[in-house]
Design a protein around this ligand. Structure first.
Ligand code: DGL
Length: 294
């Protein structure tokens, strides 16, 4: 089973920001990525619908005999994680909310944390609950920023439109007061599409705000889960910030045995290849993407 691929899914291309971190950390593993592009966005849909879609995506990846399943979508993680874990018992299932909340709690000095996410994620309160579980005294301000999903899927990461939308969403959090104490010191990008707009978001949030997302901590959670289950391919781990020296060694070693990535999308495979490369940080060719139906 350790030779099996790791399954990763999102409503669209946002989860590729998580896949990027996974590839950096586990360069020798094989991956199957599924983007449910036909039904994007998940963020505006009801919890019941999102849970149903997420379960279908998880079952589609199960058919590829994956050894671990990563729900690289906050909206799907917030409502789908329990039901997916219940139905797919045979492999570890990792969501992105808990790792994102952990990243936020580690980054924040004041304990005042802002979260921007889709409407569904904010409404469900999963981030607020996860942060308060990890840091009971925290103060959490969560606001929806759904237009960032469309901008990212459109490839409009920077420029005046992205800047204006970022200012529009972040003014109520960071622009309402001049007092540094009443402003959050950490902002969680609680949607896997949002790291694409990080530069615009950083500018709109202003100086001194730490911006975190769940990609790196999710990759660490996957490494830990696979290690604990004895499912890690040997010699496949890449760099983590903790152990740079040995990491450099293992990256060199593992570059000889680089794993494969297979992309699946439920619609618009040409578009997926064209825009997805920006999310992943390397080109995706049209031939690498397969069309599937859920
Ligand atoms: N990438 C998804 C997330 O992390 C949301 C995008 C959508 O609304 O479908 O929440």
């Amino acid at each position: 089973l350790s030779e099996a691929p790791i399954g990763v899914f999102d409503s669209g291309m946002g989860g590729l920001t998580v896949l990027k971190a996974l590839l950096g950390r586990l360069p020798g593993e094989d991956f199957v990525y599924l983007g449910d592009t036909a039904r994007l966005p998940y963020g505006t849909k009801s919890p019941e619908t999102v849970a149903r879609y997420a379960l279908q995506a998880a079952e589609a990846l199960e058919a590829y005999r994956v050894k671990c399943l990563v729900i690289a979508c906050n909206t799907a993680s917030s409502v789908g994680l329990p039901i997916i874990r219940e139905r797919i018992e045979s492999v570890p299932v990792v969501g992105v909310i808990e790792p994102g909340a952990r990243a936020a709690c580690e980054a924040s000095s004041s304990g005042h944390i802002a979260v921007i996410a889709t409407e569904g994620t904010v409404r469900g309160g999963a981030y607020q609950q996860a942060i308060l579980r990890l840091r009971p005294g925290a103060r959490v301000t969560a606001l929806p920023a759904p237009l960032f999903v469309s901008l990212a899927e459109e490839g409009l990461h920077t420029g005046s439109i992205a800047g204006a939308v970022a200012r529009h969403y972040l003014r109520p959090i960071f622009g309402a007061t001049d007092s540094a104490e009443s402003r959050p010191d950490t902002l969680v990008l609680g949607c896997t599409h949002f790291p694409m707009l990080a530069a615009s978001i950083r500018r709109a949030a202003g100086r001194g705000v730490r911006i975190v997302d769940s990609a790196a901590t999710t990759a660490e959670t996957v490494v830990r889960g696979l290690t604990d289950a004895g499912l890690l391919r040997t010699g496949t781990t890449g760099s983590s910030s903790g152990a740079r020296k040995s990491a450099r060694k293992s990256v060199r070693k593992s570059s000889r045995t680089r794993g494969t990535v297979r992309f699946l999308a439920t619609d618009g495979i040409e578009r997926f290849a064209r825009i997805g490369g920006g999310f992943l940080g390397r080109a995706i060719t049209r031939g690498e993407v397969e069309l599937i139906d859920l």
